[in-house]
Design a protein around this ligand. Structure first.
Ligand SMILES: Nc1nc2c(c(=O)[nH]1)N[C@H]1C(S)=C(S)[C@@H](COP(=O)(O)OP(=O)(O)OC[C@H]3O[C@@H](n4cnc5c(=O)[nH]c(N)nc54)[C@H](O)[C@@H]3O)O[C@H]1N2
Ligand SMILES: Nc1nc2c(c(=O)[nH]1)N[C@H]1C(S)=C(S)[C@@H](COP(=O)(O)OP(=O)(O)OC[C@H]3O[C@@H](n4cnc5c(=O)[nH]c(N)nc54)[C@H](O)[C@@H]3O)O[C@H]1N2
Ligand SMILES: [Mo]
Length: 731
């Protein structure tokens, strides 16, 4: 608590922390891991990193007009991301006028008028881009996409493009819905859980409590990760006295220290063996399920009979014996759950890898049964809900039909720009207006230098943000900051106190209501900001009654209930403590909403890794002391690194072979054909990561990722698979 008390004071700390993730309180802005049902919930239902995320929003410092008067844009540009965040909460709408050197205060209405003028002057609405980060509420997201589509474009890139896009693509194709298929209680009932490409100890700490419960109930947990991530190796549950005092639980029974990008080969190897094993032990595969509910089995078996298991094994970098130990657990599993996150999705072959993971799950019939299923673990606390609300550059036609029917407006049909496409459009000058609903677009995206040049070419950039970040500083010719209320804050208006709703990683919808006085009386809810902008743009007589939604989230929810399946009686059901779950056919009924009603087994080709002598592959990941682009501090406690984020973790044998030593300062150079990208002055840290696989922190190393280096199907920047070499740093 020292951090929260330091930033917020003791009274506010107690009031705030006791409201996190409680039925009457607000949803933790940290991650999307679900809470237990209200009756089973702890009095303290948050983690260290959730408390940090809350403190980051509820801190006492203010980036107010006096702050902006004292710091020119050039001054701000020279500051670190950490420094910008420490400036405090944004308090007033601000504008940087064309040719201006500073942001200056602007009235809300004047700001909306400037934005409307720019948008209405565009030759085509496709020249504007509307980004969303995953902290936005369902209500604000629904109105925001409606506004954007009323203008006539599907340019709705979001943080999902950089996050779980591959999951959405692969799962929709395979099981007809792009969301995970387990409930929280399924984990405790599983007998084998694979945790793949995920660092829950830092990024989803409450998941460790769930895994601990599963472990106590007898589950075998297998961690598949290049790094021995702390929480998975040994975990002390701080919410139980035994957890604090004792030695902690060894959560994973096995750790497979896989080489970066080797997972597709690993799962294909296991699938190959499963089919062989079934010939000897006939119940290995769930034949009844396969024949009644899946398509593609014969093709998959034919393909798996042609693969070279030794070559697959070599791709993983693992020993045969350890892979076989895990295989025995998997082949014998009655209820298998596969969890995954960015270590899988941020690769060129991400969709193929998830297809192989789904194959494994389907071959054993591990879906739509208690204790079994697919468990992608989402990042941002409402990233899944934003997609459900239609924040998507590739909306489904049925969704657009429903919007048209409800609002009597034509909806644009061509697909819009995703994140990578948006940067390209700004670089080429085909996009000129950027609006960001939360997030830190500039820092989150790849190819930092290119992205900076691209966004500086914009005519107008607008950020709806709680905190100052790089996206305000590297901006268009005209730039606007609009400060919204945060999750922790009371949202009150002519219709009384309002609450919002969010969807967690397991499709549960629940209410979130802040408890703190707003950081400034000028702040407005995201819902009202969208409505005010809509009125400025589309007028009072627009088909959509924007003004009636402005201070009435119930009215917004009534519309959501009519447009989006699963939200029937939304207002009534969300008022039940703990909220309600959205339907999920595979999970609930073992049925699949694919075109033919069958789950799809997929054939994938593993592309052998081509790595040259003297090169490494780099993953960019999160430290224990950051929230995405927000840097809380310079330590990474669980990895034993402190005081410095400019480090690169390298296997000791690689360090020696490359002619370096512990502590050497190097430049990291990525190996893309078009031009050289360099991250300067990184300290080498010997680390237990597989040979050839290195790691460094995001977002500093985003400079290294070429814009074109992304998932083949998902478009997700392959920020866990950057080919690099190291060069001694010279001053
Ligand atoms: N405190 C905190 N919580 C957060 C966030 C935060 O920044 N801070 N961010 C939120 C967001 S938006 C997200 S998306 C999630 C991110 O949650 P994670 O996905 O856990 O985040 P990363 O730090 O990117 O960690 C990726 C993990 O995958 C492993 N990995 C990398 N490449 C491979 C590979 O090729 N194969 C395998 N098997 N493993 C690999 C890495 O070693 C690392 O353990 O967390 C959310 N929660
Ligand atoms: N190299 C590399 N790049 C990556 C990743 C990686 O692992 N490696 N991870 C990717 C992933 S998974 C993600 S999700 C993206 C994250 O990309 P983003 O979601 O764009 O980034 P965040 O850092 O989460 O955004 C933080 C900002 O959001 C604003 N904010 C916070 N709370 C609120 C709120 O309640 N309302 C509003 N309006 N604004 C708010 C604040 O101004 C804050 O500065 O980055 C991606 N980029
Ligand atoms: Mo994410």
């Amino acid at each position: 608590m020292s951090r929260t008390v330091g930033r917020m004071g003791i009274g506010r700390t107690l009031r705030t922390l006791s409201a996190i993730n409680q039925p009457e309180g607000f949803d933790c802005p940290g991650c999307a891991w679900p809470e237990a049902a209200p009756a089973e919930r702890h009095r303290i239902e948050f983690c260290e990193n959730g408390a940090k995320a809350v403190a980051e929003e509820a801190m006492s410092e203010r980036a107010d007009p006096a702050f902006f008067a004292a710091h020119s844009l050039i001054d701000l540009e020279g500051r670190s991301d950490h420094w910008l965040g420490e400036a405090g909460r944004l308090t007033s709408p601000m504008i940087k006028r064309s040719g201006g050197t500073h942001y200056e205060p602007v009235a809300w209405d004047a700001a909306f008028a400037v934005i409307a003028r720019h948008l209405l002057a565009l030759d085509t609405p496709d020249a504007a881009v509307f980004y969303t980060s995953g902290r936005t509420s369902n209500e604000a997201a629904f109105l925001y996409q409606l506004l954007v589509r009323s203008l006539g474009t599907n340019n709705l890139p979001d943080c999902s493009n950089m996050c779980h896009e591959a999951t959405s693509v692969a799962l929709t194709e395979a099981i007809g819905i792009g969301k995970g298929s387990v409930h929280l209680h399924d984990l405790a009932a599983a007998d084998v859980i694979l945790v793949v490409g995920q660092n829950p100890g830092t990024n989803h700490p409450r998941m460790l409590s769930t895994l601990e419960e599963a472990k106590r109930a007898g589950a075998t947990i297998i961690a598949i990760n290049p790094l021995p991530e702390a929480g998975l190796m040994r975990f002390k549950n701080p919410q139980r006295v035994r957890g604090i005092a004792g030695h902690g639980t060894q959560l994973s029974d096995q750790h497979l220290a896989i080489r970066l990008g080797g997972d597709q080969a690993l799962f294909q190897f296991w699938n190959h063996l499963l089919v062989l094993r079934d010939q000897a032990v006939p119940s290995t595969l769930d034949r009844a399920f396969i024949s009644s509910s899946t398509a593609g089995f014969d093709e998959l078996v034919a393909h798996l009979s042609t693969v070279d298991p030794d070559a697959l094994l070599a791709e993983t970098g693992l020993e045969r014996a350890e892979v076989m130990t895990a295989f025995e657990a998997i082949a014998g599993a009655e209820r298998l759950i596969i969890c995954w996150a960015m270590g899988i999705t941020q690769h060129v072959n991400a969709v193929e890898t998830i297809r192989e993971m789904v194959n494994l799950s389907l071959l054993g019939g591990h879906i739509g049964r208690p204790g079994a299923g697919l468990c992608p673990v989402r990042g941002h606390s409402n990233v899944q809900g934003d997609r459900t609300m239609g924040i998507w550059d590739r909306p489904k036609p049925e969704f657009l039909d429903a919007l048209e029917q409800e609002f009597g407006l034509p909806m644009p049909r061509p697909h819009g720009l995703d994140t990578v496409g948006a940067i390209r459009a700004f670089a080429e000058g085909t996009a000129t207006v950027m609006i960001g609903m939360g997030g830190n677009f500039l820092r989150a995206v790849p190819d930092t230098e290119l992205a900076e040049d691209a966004l500086r070419r914009a005519q107008l950039t607008v950020q709806i943000s709680t905190k100052l970040n790089r996206s305000h500083v590297i901006c268009g010719e005209t730039a606007i900051i609009l400060p919204p209320l945060g999750r922790t804050e009371i949202d009150t208006g002519p219709n009384g106190d309002q609450f919002v709703t969010v969807e967690d990683s397991m499709s549960l919808i629940h209410a979130s209501q802040g408890v703190l006085e707003p950081a400034s009386p000028q702040l407005r809810s995201e819902v009202s900001i969208v409505c005010d902008l809509a009125v400025a743009l589309l007028g009072r007589d627009h088909q959509v009654p924007w003004a009636s939604f402005r201070d009435d989230n119930d009215a917004v929810r009534d519309r959501i209930a009519r447009v989006i399946g699963g939200f029937e009686n939304f207002n009534q059901r969300v008022r039940q403590p703990g909220g309600f779950g959205l339907p999920h056919l595979p999970r609930d009924d073992r049925r699949f909403a694919t075109p033919d009603g069958l789950a799809r087994l997929a054939v994938t080709e593993v592309t052998p890794r081509a790595s040259e002598q003297g090169t490494l592959t780099l993953q960019t990941l999160r430290s224990h002391d950051q929230y995405n682009t927000t840097i809380y501090g310079h330590d990474d406690r669980y990895r034993g690194i402190s005081g410095d984020r400019h480090v690169i973790m390298v296997n000791p044998d690689d360090i020696a072979e490359l002619g370096f030593a512990d502590g050497d300062l190097v430049d990291i150079i990525s190996l893309f054909g078009d031009r050289e990208r360099r991250a300067e002055r990184y300290r080498i840290v010997p680390y237990p990561t597989p040979r050839g696989s290195a790691a460094a922190y995001y977002p500093e190393t985003n400079v290294l990722v070429a814009l074109d280096h992304h998932g083949a199907v998902s478009g997700t920047p392959a920020s866990k698979a950057i080919p690099i070499r190291l060069e001694r740093h010279h001053h």
